[in-house]
Design a binder for this molecule. Structure first.
Ligand SMILES: [Mg+2]
Length: 221
């Protein structure tokens, strides 16, 4: 394990300790930011994403091959830190979240694709498996920029994108996403995989397999 990888793992362990035990953190905020940058810039972040993407590609290919004639297969994917990287924005904001700056970033449609996940997307489409994006990005202000951004990076060939709407009343992201997956099943979709960078993207079942990507930058409950 190289030093940078150790830093990345150490950071995540530190965060778990902070959240889990509510113990005094053993690093301060500026050190944590430095470690997050090192984890990203060293390539360790991308390497871990590549590993998960490889597992997802293998599963999608195998599952598509044994589909039955009446099955409508779909892969459900989160957007932020799953297929689009907001790292340039996070870095620029020094990892602070400022709602107005965030909306401007979304409107710029400038988030780069997370390339291993783009390959997951392409694998699904190549095997005639639909892709439905299920995102925490909100209607109406984040719709146009998001759709344009996905098209620009070559992921416009999706079945549907489900935003967080004004009438969504679920108390957490996890519950909202779980209810949406149930709806998709009721429409006749077989969700063969769910992919996201947050536990809340994946909790609550209603997918044959789940694939969790790393995200040491922020947490959505
Ligand atoms: Mg996300």
């Amino acid at each position: 394990m190289n030093n940078v990888r150790k830093l990345g793992v150490g950071l995540m362990v530190g965060w778990v300790a902070m959240v889990g035990a509510r113990a005094e953190p053993d690093l301060n905020l500026s050190e944590a930011k430095e470690m997050a940058r090192a984890y990203h810039d060293s390539g360790a972040y991308l390497e871990e994403i590549e590993q998960v993407a490889g597992w997802a590609i293998g599963w999608i290919e195998a599952r598509a091959e044994r589909r039955t004639a009446d099955e409508r297969l779909v892969v459900v994917m989160d957007v932020d830190e799953t297929v689009l990287s907001n790292y340039p924005h996070m870095d620029e904001q020094d990892f602070g979240y400022v709602p107005a700056a965030w909306v401007k970033w979304v409107e710029r449609s400038a988030a780069p694709a997370i390339e291993p996940m783009q390959r997951v997307f392409e694998t699904a489409r190549h095997h005639d498996v639909a892709v439905i994006f299920l995102t925490g990005r909100a209607e109406p202000e984040e719709v146009t920029g998001t759709i344009k951004n996905l098209q620009q990076v070559g992921m416009g060939d999706y079945e549907r994108i489900i935003f967080k709407g004004p009438t969504d009343t679920a108390p957490t992201a996890a519950e909202r996403k779980r209810l949406r997956r149930i709806q998709l099943e009721q429409e006749g979709w077989t969700i063969i995989a769910s992919l996201g960078d947050q536990g809340s993207d994946l909790a609550g079942g209603h997918a044959e397999r789940i694939f969790k990507l790393p995200n040491p930058f922020y947490k959505v409950p």
